[in-house]
Design a protein around this ligand. Structure first.
Ligand code: NDP
Ligand code: PYC
Length: 937
């Protein structure tokens, strides 16, 4: 205890104390954690009337049987834009936590939505709720009645509750504008605190029981409080009674008081929360109008007045820096309440309480996995593994098949509706919180790395879910319909796979309808692919929609060659079923999607290019940089790196031009490369066979550079016709290297060595299987793909071709340099388009002047960057991490540097954020250059 009779607590200690007290009083863990969080937030922000003092109030409500400590809230949707959470008699915090994601989702979908919390016990400040909503970009209002303690203006007998009103307004780049006050002269809690401190209150706060104004806190508590602002507060108090009482089918303050039956517990009843998405009215103009609002805030502050909420934020900053101080007397009372809670619990018997807790711990299937609590006694490793394993196995059911899905995976088409989206958000938010509670310093070395990788994944998932990327479910390169037609190319290996495939076909109409609804929501708020990138992108949909018979549909292809392990009669049944599903469901679903794309989407898609022009665009682009680069770098920094790398590569290009004795400038050399027939194949096979030759040449050199190789082999095939026109030059992954043979005059030989090293081995078709085959890694590292690492590695492999002697002619080497320039120029172009106002033509011109890419490639590339913000940054930024890491290891290890050990060490990781890669290289240096598989070096 300090001399000024206060007790110091860190914020974490206060949380722990609050959870312990609430747990001692039998609150189920999820309730205890939600309630504790609200109280600690109150204390931290200097709202002492609704801070830790409320532990005494909460314990009192439990003791008096007013609250159900292990209630299981029930979430329902009475109408499209309405959410109701029946608190089942428990505290209101958990119902809010469970209703909020759906509220947010609906507000974004419909522009406005409301959440009614019914049948719950209310003891808290409302600002944490509106603040949380405003932090998600929504305007929020909250109201709740309480117990009838307050007299209407002109009377002295209680009718109203203290009935608070809270309001939150999002401010880009700043804390939201938030106010929250009782419509009574002051919160009742404040009078309670005066009573506890033996202090007088102002005489306009209330009347004694005889109706006389009083400065005696106890007398006013026993009499009637007054509304603030005379008749105005009185009218607002009445409004709160109505909108958070009868309107939502719940109690008025007088009814709540009657229901209390003199027990003296906290108010029971309802709360109404409204959430409005500014984009509902404003579409893409949100930022402009939010900026206008800032002028008003400036006018307030400009004259020395303060905004509501400022005091709170100052208190918050102080608490974060210095921790909390609570009156020693309050601390003592809390400890006594804790002790009494333990006594009561022991008297009741553990079994009763645990039975209650077990009920609460049976949440919806989606939440069941991630909501697993980290038990106190559990080690940090066990806690982390439990969270990540449960979430990852759940996560795998949340995505449809895509190009990275292992070909033998069991897949399904996820629910994309608002409730499922809200559940995803809630799940990842819950995981984020649980991860924050893991003491990272207690993790094993392996789990420290796993934690960093996993946390990066959750951060990216959460950001993407918060920005509702699912409302823009395709880009110029990849689409949900393309992923499915691609999946339909896989052979069906057995009966189970065939059955699963038919289930997928059956689900396509529902899945496409949900995609269309989500895209409509995106259209409404200006969150679409840029219109200029859409032309011709619906070709893949058309191919399926216009199939004249089911047999002609690409979705029938795998049925044509079923494995002989399925008896012939069964095969026929499967085919008949598939034909029916395709004719009645799959083809019409594609026709509907095509109609939507051509009739609605293309017309309504935005005409701007930049990510900055999307809602909350600057922050959105920053989140994409974080996702794809895994570093906290600004668009400006990346742009500059791009420019300086381009200058370096350009001088190497100049060297090659001198070597081949070219007379002319770079532009002329590029023209020569683009137009001279000697550099171009005449038939698809010429290109395919050359790719095979290059891949085999690498095989002959591989063991000089790599210790461990994957078991998996890969095939070389042409890119399928219907996607080839918009596809990149090639693409590789586990088991496959696709070579684009469309438009042969745009597929120069001089690019082929670099392309093959990148897409096949040692690039994607080697790195990804190595990760998948590494049984020491948790599934979430073996079965996911991280662009900065994966693309960085593949690009590093192109440059590694120099060391391996893969570039036989100066033109091949120039092709490699051009590929390097192409990826370095992405740093310039992607940031140029999305953050610096570059036009499509400007971006195309930059690529034309600085790389040897053909005109066709330049067009598809630029459209890809425009429609997929940030993704193109991952390649070169990733490569830099490998190149710089290798330079560092070579310099530190000198003669001990072993390239095989270096490659084994970085490939052993299997896809990690770039800072983790750097740490692995540091460890290699610390280990004297010894890699993970010394026997294979
Ligand atoms: P206050 O009168 O202390 O203040 C409320 C609001 O006014 C805050 O947003 C505050 O900002 C702002 N404010 C105060 N002074 C100024 C100023 N000079 N200039 C600008 N803004 C100012 O609140 P109450 O006593 O009425 O309520 C306290 C809490 O009690 C609220 O959080 C409320 O939700 C809670 N409550 C809960 C009830 C329930 O049933 N759940 C019932 C009644 C109250 P700042 O915080 O920055 O000072
Ligand atoms: O302080 O008036 C108040 C109050 C009532 C319910 C919760 N807080």
């Amino acid at each position: 205890m300090s001399p000024d009779d206060t007790v110091s607590l860190s914020i974490a200690e206060a949380g722990e104390l609050a959870r312990t007290v609430l747990g001692a009083w039998g609150l189920a863990p999820d309730h205890a954690s939600a309630v504790a969080e609200t109280m600690v937030r109150g204390e931290r922000d200097g709202c002492t009337s609704h801070g830790l003092y409320r532990l005494l109030v909460a314990a009192n409500s439990v003791e008096r049987g007013v609250v159900v400590p292990d209630a299981v809230p029930q979430v329902s949707e009475p109408a499209p834009a309405l959410v109701r959470v029946d608190g089942q008699g428990g505290f209101a915090q958990l119902p809010f936590e469970q209703g909020m994601p759906l509220l947010v989702e609906k507000a974004r979908r419909y522009g406005i939505a409301a959440l009614a919390i019914n049948n719950a016990v209310h003891f808290a400040a409302l600002w944490p709720e509106v603040e949380a909503l405003a932090e998600q970009g929504l305007v929020a209002l909250a109201f709740t009645p309480s117990h009838s303690w307050v007299a209407p203006e002109g009377g002295t007998k209680p009718v109203f509750g203290t009935n608070p009103i809270a309001f939150g307004w999002p401010r880009p780049g700043k804390s939201p504008f938030v106010f929250d006050f009782a419509t009574s002269a002051v919160a009742r809690g404040e009078i309670e605190l005066h009573r506890r401190a033996g202090k007088a209150i102002p005489d306009d706060w209330g009347y004694d029981a005889q109706g006389n104004p009083s400065t005696d806190a106890a007398a006013v508590l026993a009499g009637a409080m007054r509304t603030f602002g005379a008749h105005k507060g009185s009218a607002l108090a009445a409004m709160v009674e109505l909108v958070a009482g009868p309107l939502i089918g719940d109690m008025t303050s007088a009814e709540s008081m009657a229901a209390d039956e003199g027990r003296g517990g906290s108010p029971i009843g309802g709360e109404l929360i409204l959430a409005i998405d500014p984009a509902g009215f404003l579409g893409a103009g949100v930022e402009e109008h939010l900026r206008r609002a800032e002028a008003m805030f400036e006018a307030i502050e400009g004259q020395g007045a303060r905004l509501p909420g400022t005091r709170r934020l100052i208190a918050r900053a102080r608490s974060d820096a210095e921790g909390l101080r609570i009156p020693a007397k309050l601390h003592q009372d809390i400890m006594e309440v804790l002790e009494r809670g333990n006594e009561v619990r022991n008297a009741l018997g553990r079994a009763v309480l645990l039975a209650g807790a077990a009920m609460v711990a049976t949440p919806s299937p989606v939440m069941a996995a991630p909501a697993a609590q980290v038990a106190k006694a559990e080690s940090a490793d066990a806690g982390f593994e439990k969270i990540s394993t449960a979430e990852f196995s759940w996560r795998q059911k949340q995505t449809a098949p895509c190009e990275d899905t292992p070909k033998d995976a069991k897949v399904s088409l996820p629910d994309l509706g608002p409730k499922a989206q809200a559940e995803r958000l809630a799940c990842w938010e819950s995981v984020e919180k649980q991860l924050a509670a893991i003491p990272q310093d207690q993790l094993s070395p392996a789990n420290k790395v796993n934690f960093a990788v996993y946390k990066g994944q959750i951060d990216a998932l959460l950001a993407s879910q918060r920005y509702r990327d699912y409302e823009k479910p395709f880009n110029a390169d990849t689409s949900f319909w393309g992923d499915l037609t691609e999946w339909a190319r896989n052979p069906l290996r057995n009966r189970e796979a065939a059955d699963d495939y038919l289930v997928m076909l059956r689900e396509i109409p529902r899945y496409y309808d949900q995609q269309i609804e989500n895209m409509r929501a995106g259209l409404k708020r200006g969150f679409t692919a840029p219109r200029v990138t859409l032309a011709g992108r619906d070709k893949g949909i058309e191919t399926v929609a216009l199939a004249r018979t089911a047999e002609e549909s690409p979705f029938y292809a795998p049925l044509k060659a079923l494995p002989s392990t399925i008896p012939a009669a069964e095969q026929e049944k499967l085919r008949a079923e598939a034909r029916k599903l395709i004719a009645e469901g799959v083809t019409p679903a594609h026709a509907k999607l095509l109609g939507f794309m051509r009739g609605e989407y293309e017309k309504g898609a935005r005409t701007t290019l930049a990510a900055y022009d999307l809602p909350d665009g600057k922050a959105y682009y920053e989140s994409k940089i974080r996702e794809f680069v895994t570093l906290d770098k600004s668009a400006e920094d990346i742009h500059q790196i791009g420019l300086s790398e381009m200058a370096r590569i350009r001088s190497q290009m100049q060297d090659v031009m001198s070597e081949v004795k070219f007379k002319g400038d770079l532009k002329a050399f590029l023209h020569f490369l683009r137009t001279d027939p000697q550099f171009y194949p005449k038939t698809p096979n010429e290109l395919l066979y050359r790719a095979a030759w290059i891949a085999k040449t690498f095989d002959g050199k591989a063991d000089e550079f790599f210790g461990r190789m994957p078991r998996s082999r890969f095939a070389i095939k042409p890119v399928p016709d219907e996607i080839a026109p918009f596809y990149t030059g090639g693409r590789g992954g586990p088991g496959i290297y696709l070579v684009n043979t469309y438009d042969l005059p745009s597929r120069p030989f001089y690019s082929q060595v670099a392309l093959t090293l990148h897409e096949s081995a040692p690039g994607h078709a080697m790195q990804m299987p190595l990760a998948a085959e590494n049984k020491d890694l948790p599934d979430f590292r073996r079965e996911t793909y991280l662009s900065a690492y994966g693309e960085g590695w593949a690009l590093y492999c192109e440059a590694l071709g120099e060391d391996m002697g893969m570039y036989e002619t100066p033109y091949d080497r120039f092709g490699m340099l051009s590929y390097q320039a192409w990826r370095a120029s992405r740093l310039v172009v992607d940031t140029g388009i999305h953050a610096m106002g570059w036009s499509r033509e400007q971006a195309q011109a930059y690529l034309r002047d600085n790389t040897a890419l053909s005109d066709h490639e330049i067009e598809t590339e630029v459209d890809r960057y425009i429609s997929w913000p940030g993704q193109a940054l991952s390649y070169y930024m990733g490569q830099l991490a490998f190149v710089n890491g290798r330079k560092k290891a070579e310099a530190a290890l000198g003669a001990k540097f072993n390239i095989r050990a270096f490659h084994d060490a970085v490939l052993e990781l299997g896809g990690v954020p770039l800072p983790v890669l750097g740490e692995r290289i540091d460890k290699l240096i610390a280990d004297g250059g010894k890699g993970p598989y010394p026997d294979e070096e």
